[in-house]
Design a protein around this ligand. Sequence first.
Ligand SMILES: [Zn+2]
Ligand SMILES: [Zn+2]
Length: 143
Amino acid sequence: MSAQGRCNCGKFAFEVPPLQGIAICHCKPCTRAGGSIGSFNAVIPADGITFTKGSLKELGNYQDTETSSGNPMARHFCGSCGSAIISIPKGSPIGFFKVSSLDDAQAYIGKDRKPDQVIFQNSAPDFVKKLDWGEGVKTASEA
Ligand SMILES: [Zn+2]
Ligand SMILES: [Zn+2]
């Protein structure tokens, strides 16, 4: 299903298409960008967001070069309130949309849906490292 979301200040509002996968990332740039223990990403087409307020071009855009692959990642965020919206690897057809900005993230990901992968788990706090994600969830210390 698609879903609606917005940044904290409401300058940007949008609808996202159904997710293709869920990737939780605990890398340092993700935790810095979100002020959190990790980012909760839905894999969607890079141009998949339909904006009802603002546009992808109007979002703040930081070229993150501290990626494990060395391929830059464009981190898009609201320049007014700082909410992280989507990260798009350079030249990639897919983007990592921040599920946390949705009005109802649980409804979007679906009942009992587990992440497909949890990456940079070595950078997560100890209590997260100890989590048992269950069968079928790929965990890794790198991307
Ligand atoms: Zn905002
Ligand atoms: Zn990350």
